[in-house]
Design a binder for this molecule. Structure first.
Ligand code: IPE
Ligand code: IPE
Ligand code: MG
Length: 226
């Protein structure tokens, strides 16, 4: 795929589960469940399209503002998702990476996540999942760590971002038609290409990801040059 000029690193703001459910007169939890299926499809599609890294925004640091019942549905889904997909990830050589303060989750989830980190650590492609992630918090943390080391520069900040070991972000996609970043990868998106698609996340599939990569390949990146 490299000769097609496809992105190496794609990030997705997976939005629209609630609206998907509402349109079908279903509870929001069903939207999240179908959203989980879309995650599975996206991870497979990333393999087919030979992406080095797929980063998914699964739970923001602001999502704690939601009703307790919805948060609990999302946590249940996360537990089941890890149980159902870990073996497959290991077999496919997918390395799990977490960005965000995931340690704020329930202890059993933290244990499952850390077990998954350990068991997938030799994978060659990366699935980065943003959990309890906020970009402003990430930047404040990175700047603080850089200051402790004595020098605050773009390079020293970057070194302390959760994403420091990932390839540069090439393409940022948001589903559901909303056109905002919602505190996601503000620094990393500095020169990323952006794509806002009208598809609701539970309807997102391999073809949408392929089309997004094709669109990326047609764009001209300039990085401030001419
Ligand atoms: C995205 O779908 C999933 C999460 C934020 C966890 P939403 O739940 O935000 O769906 P909408 O935006 O209400 O449609
Ligand atoms: C962003 O979606 C967070 C995730 C997709 C996890 P939201 O639905 O929370 O964002 P806003 O509230 O519409 O900005
Ligand atoms: Mg939303």
């Amino acid at each position: 795929m490299a000769e097609k000029n496809y992105p190496r690193h794609v990030a997705i703001i997976m939005d629209g589960n609630g609206r998907w459910a509402k349109r079908k007169h279903l509870p929001r939890a069903m939207g999240h469940r179908q959203g989980g299926e879309a995650v599975r499809r996206a991870v497979q599609a990333a393999e087919t399209l030979e992406l080095e890294c797929l980063t998914l925004y699964a739970f923001s640091s602001e999502n704690w503002k939601r009703e307790e019942s919805e948060i609990s549905d999302l946590m249940g889904l996360m537990r089941r998702f890890i149980e159902a997909n870990l073996k497959d990830m290991i077999e496919r050589g997918v390395r799990l990476k977490l960005i965000g303060d995931y340690k704020a989750f329930a202890p059993d989830i933290v244990t499952k996540l850390e077990d998954a980190l350990e068991r997938t650590k030799d994978g060659t492609r990366t699935l980065a999942v943003a959990l309890n992630y906020g970009s402003q918090q990430e930047l404040a943390r990175a700047a603080g760590l850089a200051a402790l080391e004595g020098e605050v520069t773009p390079e020293t900040i970057e070194k302390h971002l959760y994403t420091a070991d990932l390839p540069p972000l090439d393409l940022l996609i948001r589903t559901s038609g909303e056109v905002r970043l919602s505190n996601f990868l503000l620094w990393q998106a500095a020169y990323a290409e952006m794509l806002f698609v009208d598809v609701l996340w539970p309807d997102f599939g391999e073809d949408h990801l392929r089309e997004a990569c094709e669109e990326f390949a047609r764009r001209e990146r300039r990085y401030g040059g001419r």
